[in-house]
Design a protein around this ligand. Structure first.
Ligand code: GRF
Length: 241
């Protein structure tokens, strides 16, 4: 008897490529998956994420940013177990962060706590990384609490910054890593392999980085990114799917 799959509610304000990556990963895992996307909501009627949900027959709804009651009603009526913020630009209502403590995830396109917080989203993040001169950026998945980008960090995957990068080229490289990281963390939290303890500590092991999904191989780019090769004692994690 396989454990019932976690019902995931995705909140998204934009194109929804991270939602798409979650759906594709769930398809690839098939019966081995620990979650199903059961609801997609957005604060924007024209969000691509809504279109992606409709194309898959997944229930979706547009919820006005300050209509906390409507959001809570939707999450409850769809029996959502786990909420994933996949490009959601609003602060989650405190009643939701309280009720879904330890079951509310966010993905951020930088290595938090750096380059995060209110107002840090989209190209602004990557412009700030480039202006800082950082040689390494990355993606972060974390549990969500009442403040933007502040909850307990679950997993971070590094991404090299190249000298000729623009905010667009860097965003695209980070987004590709996000697409590999987020679904694996969602599945691990859904299955209970990763959880938030009562004391606020993250328990369990984040998924290993499957290098071929990242779109680059560190050994080929480490020098250009100014990273010492010997620092990269990469352990190739067994790929799950
Ligand atoms: C991603 O870069 C994510 O890290 C950030 O918003 C973006 C959403 O992109 N929170 P998409 O809508 O999933 O394509």
């Amino acid at each position: 008897m396989t454990a019932p799959r976690a019902r995931v509610g995705v909140l998204a304000s934009g194109g929804g490529s991270n939602l798409g990556a979650m759906l594709e990963y769930a398809d690839r895992l098939a019966q081995a998956r620990a979650f199903d996307v059961a609801l997609v909501t957005s604060d924007r009627p024209n969000a691509g994420a809504i279109g992606r949900a409709a194309a898959r027959g997944i229930p979706s709804a547009v919820v006005a940013p300050n209509d906390d009651d409507a959001l809570l009603e939707l999450l409850s009526s769809h029996a959502i177990d786990l909420i994933v913020l996949a490009g959601y630009l609003r602060l989650v209502p405190p009643r939701v962060t309280a009720a879904w403590r330890g079951r509310l995830l966010n993905i951020h396109p930088a290595l938090l706590p750096a380059f995060g917080g209110a107002g840090m989203f989209g190209k602004r993040v990557h412009r700030a990384v480039l202006e800082s001169g950082a040689r390494v950026t990355g993606a972060t998945v974390h549990f969500v609490d009442e403040a933007y980008d502040r909850g307990a960090i679950i997993a971070q995957w590094p991404v090299p910054v190249f000298a000729q990068d623009s905010a667009e080229t860097l965003a695209a490289r980070v987004l590709r890593t996000e697409h590999a990281l987020l679904p694996r963390v969602v599945d691990a939290v859904a299955s209970g392999q990763i959880r938030l303890s009562a004391s606020g500590a993250v328990e369990g092991h984040p998924p290993g980085a499957p290098p071929e999904d990242a779109g680059f191989v560190w050994a080929q780019h480490a020098e250009q990114a100014g990273i010492g090769l010997d620092a990269l004692q990469l352990r190739v994690a067994p790929r799950r799917a």
